[in-house]
Write a protein that binds this ligand. Structure first.
Ligand code: NAD
Length: 356
């Protein structure tokens, strides 16, 4: 029986890039059935809610979720704020499905080395940031104003179990790569970081096949620019991961190339997850055929690898992206002299043809 993928195209360029991702997965395998549902501003317009119950139901019953992007200027001021796409759809789906592990690879594609802000081979990076997504200072209580609004309080909380389960994801990912984890914290200052380091150290002792080192977050931010090639898997908490994953991804040079996964507790023996490009709905280029579909296509490749264990299929999709870029096909965001400018669908078709 085919696996069931819930497809949530969303707003702006979301539908354009997701169409290409589905096309490429179909070219790679017959194992998947796709069913679409509404999310984001378009869902709000049609149903009054950015994450309608029918969408959530489809996601709960699916083996994995492939999402485009949500949001746009016309939905920015919706009241109540809980009905805005970014809050009512994006944050809500992550918390409803308990997607606690954010996995963001940042890999320089050789054909696009010039796009990196770092010079020459120095810009080569191939790292996966594993970020805890549902705990830490973004969620701690209390979060409030005191003293007539003149004092602001945020609270950072981590439990042993939260650190353990995200570390487990990082160890599993490291085993598919160089078996190396750099765990990033601020253990010289923060109590939550001391607990983080304690738990990661216990796990390192129990899993000696993976080499674990610890690094302070300020040093990590410097090292990513000084020598990005030293990192394989970075394991870190919510806020540090938010910042470091953006830093790492910019070293690759284009937002249109970056995939991501948000994983939750496993389901039917497989890692359940939501796969989406890192970029947003790009309203400035929506509907013009100018969006780069590679981030969405690589997100689908991550889905094959992480949820369905099809590493070979994922590698075929990645290789097809590289091949098409090597042949000189480019969307506008990554266009270079002597290359051929193509539309979203032409690039998707070329990648699908290179896969099959
Ligand atoms: P954005 O990522 O949508 O766009 C930033 C810039 O990058 C724009 O100039 C855009 O044209 C370009 N860009 C992005 N993706 C591209 C692609 N695939 N190909 C070519 N160019 C691309 O960020 P933004 O402009 O800050 O946000 C636009 C909307 O998207 C907002 O409503 C924001 O809240 C939302 N957003 C959603 C998500 C999500 O759904 N996960 C993430 C970020 C932003």
């Amino acid at each position: 029986m085919a696996y069931k993928i819930a497809v949530l195209p969303g707003d702006g360029i979301g539908p354009e890039v997701i169409t290409e991702a589905v096309k490429v997965v179909r070219a790679a395998s017959n194992d998947y059935d796709f069913e679409e549902a509404l999310i984001g501003g378009i869902a709000y317009d049609q149903t009054g809610h950015p994450l309608p119950p029918a969408t959530l139901e489809l996601c709960r019953n699916a083996d994995a979720i492939l999402m485009g992007a949500v949001g746009g200027p016309q939905w920015e001021n919706i009241q109540p704020a809980s009905h805005r796409p970014e809050i009512g759809a994006l944050l809500a789906i992550r918390s409803e499905l308990n997607l606690y592990a954010n996995v963001r690879p940042a890999k320089t594609l050789k054909a696009l080395l010039n796009a990196s802000p770092l010079k020459g081979d120095h810009g080569m990076i191939d790292v996966i940031v594993v970020r805890e997504l549902t705990g830490g200072i973004y969620f701690g209580q209390p979060r409030e104003r005191r003293d007539n609004g003149n004092t602001a309080v945020d609270t950072c909380v981590y439990t042993r179990e939260e650190v353990r389960r995200i570390s487990e994801q990082a160890f599993a990912i490291a085993r598919t790569r160089r078996h190396e984890i750099v765990s990033v914290d601020k253990a010289n200052v923060l109590e939550t970081s001391r607990l983080w380091r304690e738990v990661v150290t216990e796990m390192a002792n129990a899993n000696p096949d993976v080499k674990v080192t610890h690094m302070l977050v300020d040093n990590c931010a410097m090292q990513l620019v000084r020598n990005p090639g030293q990192f394989d898997v970075i394991l870190t908490e919510n806020m540090f991961g938010d910042i470091l994953s953006d830093e790492a991804s910019m070293i690759t040079g284009s937002l249109g190339l970056l995939p991501s996964a948000s994983l939750g507790p496993s389901k039917n023996g497989r890692a359940f997850g939501l796969y989406e490009p890192v970029h947003g709905s790009a309203p400035d280029i929506a509907g013009q055929g100018r969006a780069n579909p590679i981030a969405a296509i690589l997100s689908a490749a991550m889905m094959l690898q992480y949820t369905f264990g099809d590493l070979e299929g994922a590698q075929r999709i990645e290789a097809a992206c590289e091949k098409v870029l090597d042949a000189g096909l480019r969307t506008a965001d990554i266009f270079e002299k002597d290359c051929q400018l193509v539309s979203t669908s032409k690039l998707g078709e070329a990648i699908a043809a290179a896969v099959s």
